[in-house]
Design a protein around this ligand. Structure first.
Ligand SMILES: *Cc1c(COP(=O)(O)O)cnc(C)c1O
Length: 390
């Protein structure tokens, strides 16, 4: 863990050497694939250690470097790598820690593409995964095998908001020499700091709150310098999915307003939540910092905030009612993802046929709502009219 830096310093100054580019406030986009050196021996040095300087933008790039420094500092990490998607950060983070014959323990409902990797790709290389209900620490202990190398966490999960006690799981893992990795996309480093709680590698989809404008796909992986350098030297360079300079620049711009946007989402959500909780067509509202949330105590202990995602358990007998609610919304958009300026909705039953829908299955009646940067009254009015037409 690093000494914490002032948040305002990280977002406005860290990594920026304005004297080197005409005093420009916004950093330059160094849109180059390669870098000139003056001496053959410089090339030799870079070939031996590409991490040490500018050779080729699949490796190190100056615009991306500014972003890396800021994101590492936000995570309280020594170093960070930025990828062209959150999925690429997951892939590199996990693959770098396992070899044939190893075993992974993962939370039960990790992000779709993490699960896909565990179920479809890693078994081809004799890496197996056991899924556990991560809300109970004993489940991790029970799933331990002599070949367990990695524990994969996501706290909170972005649909049910199930949490893991990150300090307890990290302590358990450390005792057994197991590496921990945590998807922190929901909280962002502003609201949760897994590294301070003992997690080895923390990742997030920067597509969500870091970008904040629904215009960039990106991912971050942070940790100890030695571990990150090892991933850079191997998976990062080899997969070749590092972020491009222009997208890095968009993320630097997104970071400038991250605290203001999170504050705004938090405030609006607090205004919309009471409306949702009292509505007769909504059976329950799940939100990790709501007083009725089953893991509220743990959420308060390890999270500083919870932003804009909530899940609604709709009262519905048919899939058509839920479809009507989603499609009648005039301003809240039907789309995947979250963390941008615009409010969004997505029903779990999107992947079901009408005949497959089972009203007794709570999971089929879930609708996830993301509260963006619009006015609370504007969103409440939209929700109200769509719920009335269900
Ligand atoms: C979106 C998301 C990801 C994947 O990130 P991409 O940038 O879409 O590749 C990973 N984890 C969580 C929790 C996410 O919401």
């Amino acid at each position: 863990m690093m000494e914490p830096m002032d948040l305002s310093f990280i977002l406005n100054e860290l990594g920026e050497e304005r004297d080197g580019y005409f005093g420009a406030i916004a950093p330059p986009i160094i849109q180059t694939s390669n870098f000139r050196v003056k001496k053959v021996d410089e090339l030799r040095g870079l070939f031996a250690d590409e991490y040490s300087g500018y050779l080729y933008s699949r490796g190190i790039n100056p615009t991306v470097d500014i972003l890396r420094q800021k994101l590492a500092a936000l995570d309280g990490a020594e170093d960070a790598l930025v990828f062209n998607s959150g999925a690429a950060a997951i892939f590199a983070g996990v693959v770098s820690q396992v070899a044939a014959g190893d075993h992974i323990i993962s939370v039960r409902e990790p992000y779709t593409w993490a699960r896909q990797m565990f179920d479809q790709i890693l078994p081809r290389f004799q890496v197996t995964t056991t899924y556990v209900d991560g809300t109970i620490i004993e489940n991790f202990t029970a799933a331990l095998q002599p070949n367990t190398r990695l524990i994969y966490l996501e706290s909170p999960n972005s649909w049910t908001f199930a949490l893991q006690d990150l300090a307890a799981v990290s302590a358990l893992a450390r005792e057994h020499g197991i590496v921990t990795i945590c998807d922190n996309s929901y909280c962002t480093p502003l609201f949760q700091q897994p590294i301070a709680l003992g997690v080895d590698l923390v990742l997030q989809s920067a597509t969500k709150y870091i970008s904040g404008h629904s215009d960039t796909v990106a991912g971050v992986l942070s940790g100890r310098r030695e571990r990150i350098k090892k991933i850079f030297d191997s998976e990062y360079l080899n997969i070749g999915s590092g972020i491009q300079p222009f997208n890095a620049w968009l993320l630097i711009r997104g970071l400038r307003t991250l605290p203001a946007r999170l504050e705004r989402c938090t405030r609006t959500l607090a205004q919309v939540l009471p409306f949702l909780k009292q509505h007769p067509r909504i059976e329950a509202v799940w939100f990790p910092l709501d007083e009725d949330f089953p893991q509220i105590a743990l959420a308060r202990q390890q999270m500083k905030g919870a932003c804009g995602l909530v899940t609604l358990v709709m009262k519905a007998k048919t899939r058509a009612e839920i479809v009507r609610f989603c499609e009648r919304l005039q301003h809240i958009l039907l789309a995947v993802s979250w963390g941008g300026h615009e409010s969004l909705v997505i029903p779990r039953c999107a992947s079901l046929q009408e005949a497959e829908f089972d009203a007794n299955n709570q999971d089929h009646r879930l609708v996830r709502l993301y509260i963006g940067l619009e006015d609370a009254d504007y969103l409440i009015a939209d929700l109200d009219q769509a719920l009335a037409q269900m």
